[in-house]
Design a protein around this ligand. Structure first.
Ligand SMILES: Nc1nc2c(ncn2[C@@H]2O[C@H](COP(=O)(O)OP(=O)(O)OP(=O)(O)O)[C@@H](O)[C@H]2O)c(=O)[nH]1
Ligand SMILES: [Mg+2]
Length: 401
């Protein structure tokens, strides 16, 4: 079985940035990954063995050939892919074979830029592969139009894929109650349409503090528990007060399904990426090969500039004593501080980091990066010294013969 993600979301929600970031992140974690770009308007991913729909059909060709506008041409491209799924299967097969037979690196790129040690690249087995699909931003592709759903279904049936939908939505929408309600409906509609293991994500959470003041704690928005608190805000808003009853019914509908909740993502923050990756692994039932053999980190004490205490006004209160008892499985020294927390504790730490104390955390992170950089540079110097000594020894041996 091949595991993976289908990354969906409105235009500009951060899909491509996340997918490319995920490639970097997985490579650092020594996890296999293949990228598939299904957006004919987007450049091919700059990553080895990746596949792009633009090798099959380009948006411009579809527009020219059928006199379509960009939106219609985008839908046409996905329908064309659906009709030519053999092409995708062949490309996937080739790319996975290439990953299975990947050459060992040259001596010069043996160094792992994160640990500073020797990189142990390995050949992956077919059952360890992980494929990530980037998709276009047209929301109708995941809410109404059937091609994406059928492509995913066929990949699951014919190639034995197990895929999760990762739905990115810009976190700034939660600042406006009416946009938040729209986001909830979009998330619910997409979950019902795609019928996949599903992880909704508020992306660009690092920009939330700059975007404005949050009326409620972040976990109110991520856990989607009591939406009746939103109604007074919607009634106060001139644009939505006429639709008071409609808003109430939509909120009730979303709550009654009980399906929608959100993770958060700041793509450049490794804790945030690691947490999201762990949640998606859990949704898929995937155990990454590079983690399976590693011991759990004995301690995950993270030196944070603030203790967790909150007097943020309602609707949820927090207690954080259990924080220290959570430990990360740490595949890398530099990920040793990552802490997979329970959902509410995690929302709390995200709120503290990106909303309440964003400036202090930014300064703290800068300090940590500097230390990490110094550490990596030190390891790199040691490694290059070791290589120089080794080279001199070999030359001396060759000269003596
Ligand atoms: N600050 C911040 N910016 C982000 C983050 N993720 C993405 N961005 C920015 O958001 C913008 C849009 O990102 P893309 O990755 O192109 O979004 P997309 O969803 O692929 O867009 P389409 O393909 O057009 O649908 C870019 O300028 C990114 O740099 C994030 O986590 N934090
Ligand atoms: Mg994109």
């Amino acid at each position: 079985m091949v595991f993976g993600q289908v990354v969906i979301g409105p235009p500009g929600s951060g899909k491509t940035t996340y997918v490319w970031g995920l490639h970097q992140f997985f490579t650092a974690l020594q996890r296999p990954i293949l990228l598939v770009n299904l957006d004919p308007a987007s450049a091919s991913p700059p990553c080895p063995h990746s596949i792009s729909i633009s090798s099959l059909i380009s948006l411009q060709d579809a527009m020219d050939a059928h006199k379509l506008g960009p939106n219609g041409a985008m839908l046409y491209c996905l329908e064309y892919l659906e009709a030519n799924l053999d092409w995708l299967e062949d490309e996937l097969d080739k790319a996975m074979k290439a990953l299975e037979e990947d050459e060992q690196p040259d001596e010069d790129d043996e160094m792992d830029e994160v640990t500073g040690g020797k990189r142990e690249r390995r050949r992956w087995k077919r059952g360890e592969m992980y494929v990530v699909f980037d998709t276009p931003g047209q929301v109708e592709l995941s809410t109404n139009h059937g091609s994406l759903k059928r492509i995913v279904e066929q990949l699951q049936k014919r190639v034995g894929f197990r895929l999760a939908a990762v739905h990115l939505m810009d976190a700034s929408h939660i600042l406006d109650a009416s946009k938040y309600v729209a986001v909830l409906l979009l998330a619910l509609r997409t979950m019902l349409q795609l019928e996949l293991p599903h992880v909704n994500v508020f992306s660009k959470i690092d920009l939330l503090a700059q975007a404005g003041d949050l009326p409620f704690n972040l976990d109110f928005y991520t856990e989607v528990q009591d939406l009746s608190y939103l109604l007074p805000l919607l009634e106060r808003d001139q644009r939505t007060q006429r639709f008071g009853e409609l808003n109430r019914v939509i909120c009730e509908l979303v709550e009654e399904f009980g399906l929608v909740s959100f993770e958060t993502l700041a793509v450049e923050d490794k804790d945030s990426m690691l947490r999201l990756v762990q949640v998606i692994d859990q949704a898929l039932g995937y155990v990454p090969p590079s983690l399976a053999s590693l011991p759990s980190a004995s301690s995950a004490s993270s030196s944070t500039p603030h203790s967790h205490s909150h007097d943020h006004s309602h609707p949820h209160s927090h207690s954080t004593d259990a924080h220290a008892s959570h430990h990360a499985r740490a595949p890398h020294p530099s990920f040793a501080q990552s802490q997979p927390l329970s959902t509410s504790l995690h929302a709390l730490s995200v709120q503290e980091k990106w909303v309440d104390h964003a400036a202090e955390y930014a300064a703290h992170e800068r300090g940590m990066w500097e230390k990490e950089g110094e550490w990596a540079a030190e390891r790199a110097t040691e490694e290059s010294k070791r290589r120089a000594v080794e080279r001199a020894r070999r030359e001396a041996e060759d000269g003596g013969r």
